[in-house]
Ligand binder design. Structure first.
Ligand SMILES: NC(=O)c1ccc[n+]([C@@H]2O[C@H](COP(=O)([O-])OP(=O)(O)OC[C@H]3O[C@@H](n4cnc5c(N)ncnc54)[C@H](OP(=O)(O)O)[C@@H]3O)[C@@H](O)[C@H]2O)c1
Length: 315
């Protein structure tokens, strides 16, 4: 058994293995800091999974790093599991989005392609011909596509899987009701659903539904996003003392114990190099964290386009 979290995998419903620890690639830093962080994640911490998206604007940097490390024989590109996502402004032409991502990542295919949000924005290009990620009217209201339907996007993603450009297809920010609808309409169960999930938001109903259907849940913003507020939860600090690890290790292992993919982000080289210890968390401690979150639900990512999705604990 691996001693660090980066070596543990779970099987997708396609039969492929996905590493339970993935490197989050939203960036609040300059390009050089981002590249150094990614190199440390791959070379020092042994990350084998990168979670990215067209929307993050980091795909070209990831492509540069993968190219450099592969040309210098430090990695083989196909050893790293790559996830990218289709943003709602591409809801009706996800192939355009995937082609842009593949070009930037310098890859011919990705391991996992996700629909980023089950919402549909209007398709508007700027004067340079680049798609506007979040189109707005003069009153700053988001422009949605009245004819949009997230089911159409899902059907188009399935076709991209058939074309071989994505080895697996999944969704993100879906509720149980939305999962039920796309499964009923297409007969195809998505490989993954990536949602905000952590000990402040255990999403137990969604977890039980996905477990039953064989959908792998992926936890984004595991530390509570910028500033990592979840690391200060008293129960997490207590468990960190009990197992003699960090608070971050507790959150990562909470997810791993539940076979949930966990996607922490960091730009701090020292922290990245340390990686996350793999511990054998007792079931009673996992249950205690579930229980804490059920009683104290808190959502940190509250983008306005989530308003109509019907999330619990949105406000
Ligand atoms: N599908 C979606 O809609 C969606 C939405 C949001 C995020 N995501 C994915 O999930 C990933 C992670 O979520 P996130 O970016 O919101 O944030 P996160 O991973 O929950 O938290 C990141 C923050 O935690 C800090 N941090 C990390 N390790 C720490 C430690 N050991 N001690 C103290 N602080 C620590 C980081 O600061 P330092 O840089 O200083 O370490 C950063 O400020 C994203 O990068 C993205 O890949 C997906």
């Amino acid at each position: 058994m691996s001693t660090t979290a980066s070596g543990v995998t779970v099987k997708l419903n396609t039969g492929a293995e996905i590493p339970l620890l993935g490197f989050g690639t939203v960036s609040e830093h300059d390009t050089e800091t981002f590249k150094l962080a990614l190199k440390a994640a791959i070379l020092d911490a042994g990350y084998k999974h990168i979670d990215t998206a067209w929307y993050y604007n980091t795909e070209e940097l990831i492509g540069d790093v993968l190219e450099e490390l592969s040309l210098s024989n430090k990695i083989k590109k196909d050893e790293i599991f790559i996830t990218t996502k289709v943003w709602p402004c591409f809801w009706n032409d996800p192939e355009t989005s995937l082609n842009l991502s593949l070009k930037n990542l310098k890859l011919e295919k990705v391991d996992l392609l996700l629909q980023h949000w089950p919402v549909c924005f209007a398709k508007i290009d700027d004067s340079n011909g680049n798609r506007i990620p979040v189109p707005k009217d003069s009153n700053n209201n988001i422009l949605y596509d009245k004819d949009g339907d997230y089911l159409i996007t899902y059907k188009k993603l399935l076709k991209l899987k058939d074309s071989g450009k994505a080895k697996a297809v999944g969704v993100s920010n879906y509720t149980v009701q939305m999962l039920e609808r796309i499964i009923k309409e297409t007969g195809v169960i998505p490989a993954c659903n990536q949602v905000e999930l952590h000990p402040h938001l255990p999403q137990l109903e969604l977890y039980n539904y996905c477990s039953e259907k064989g959908i792998i849940l992926e936890a984004y913003s595991p530390f509570g996003s910028s500033g990592a507020p979840n690391l200060k939860i008293p129960l997490i600090i207590e468990l960190a003392k009990k197992y003699n690890v960090s608070s971050a290790d507790i959150i990562v292992n909470y997810c791993i114990a539940k076979k949930i993919v966990v996607l922490p982000r960091s730009s701090n080289i020292e922290r990245i190099k340390k990686g996350y210890a793999l511990i054998n968390m007792e079931k009673s401690d996992v249950d205690a964290l579930d229980n804490y979150g059920s009683k104290n639900p808190k959502r940190y990512i509250k983008d306005s386009w989530g308003d109509n999705i019907g999330f619990d604990h949105w406000n």
